[in-house]
Design a binder for this molecule. Structure first.
Ligand code: AMP
Length: 216
């Protein structure tokens, strides 16, 4: 049976990369509700302005809007054989929408959670430094530059993004776990949660995911 694959994982676990690899391998479109909503937020209409304000404040957009977004996108012809969802569902109402849609479309839902221990994620995120000139990305723990604080490529100084500071990262990771717990629990209880260890090379994580979803 064709599948709806829901990708979950905290910031920094490599969820986006795995979603892209899976979508390519299966020939499924990758649907990110965050991207669709960011696009819609450009429109100078009451709805566009509402979405923009909510995204800027880090608040969820209403379930009514999400219903329309997901129903419109998932009924496109490219979703016929299955699709990969990123950023949806996030609420119990959205879980119900997805269950109904899966039934109508005769598809099975699988939720993949890419898991990386908190200390490693802190290293991945707080260690990140970018070249202020060319944008090259380093990590002071995992991929340090040859000379501290200086880009190997052009000698420009490296800087840390403000949302990669330890306090912010800790809060982001906690907020992620808290806000996704109801969705994760729901799929765990119904036996459709697939947890994979993301602390391995990208291709190894991918092989594990592909084996566990039992093909496309
Ligand atoms: P993301 O790129 O997935 O982090 O989403 C960015 C923003 O888009 C979120 O902070 C919300 O404002 C909005 N958004 C994305 N997906 C959803 C969703 N499933 N339900 C409600 N709001 C969403």
């Amino acid at each position: 049976m064709s599948k709806i694959i829901v990708m979950m994982g905290a910031p920094g676990v490599g969820k986006g990369t795995q979603a892209r690899l899976l979508a390519e391998k299966c020939g499924y479109p990758q649907i990110s509700t965050g991207d669709i909503l960011r696009e819609m937020a450009h429109a100078d209409t009451p709805l566009g302005r509402e979405i923009k304000a909510r995204q800027a404040a880090g608040q969820l957009v209403s379930d009514e809007v999400l219903a329309s977004v997901i129903l419109t996108r998932a009924s496109q012809p490219d979703c016929k054989n299955g699709y990969v969802l990123d950023g949806f569902p996030r609420t119990l109402a959205q879980i119900r929408m997805l269950e109904k849609l899966a039934e109508q479309q005769d598809k099975e839902i699988r939720l993949i959670k890419v898991v990386v221990p908190c200390e490693s994620l802190m290293k991945r995120l707080t260690g990140r430094r970018n070249c202020t000139r060319c944008g090259e990305i380093y990590n002071i723990y995992l991929r340090p530059p040859k000379r501290e604080g200086v880009c190997d490529l052009d000698g420009a100084p490296l800087a840390q993004r403000s949302d990669d500071k330890a306090e912010t990262v800790g809060a982001r990771l906690e907020a992620y776990e808290r806000s996704t717990a109801p969705v994760i629990d729901y799929y765990r209880q119904s036996g459709r949660l697939i947890e994979v260890n993301g602390e391995r090379p990208v291709d190894e994580v991918f092989r594990d995911i592909y084996a566990k979803v039992e093909g496309c």
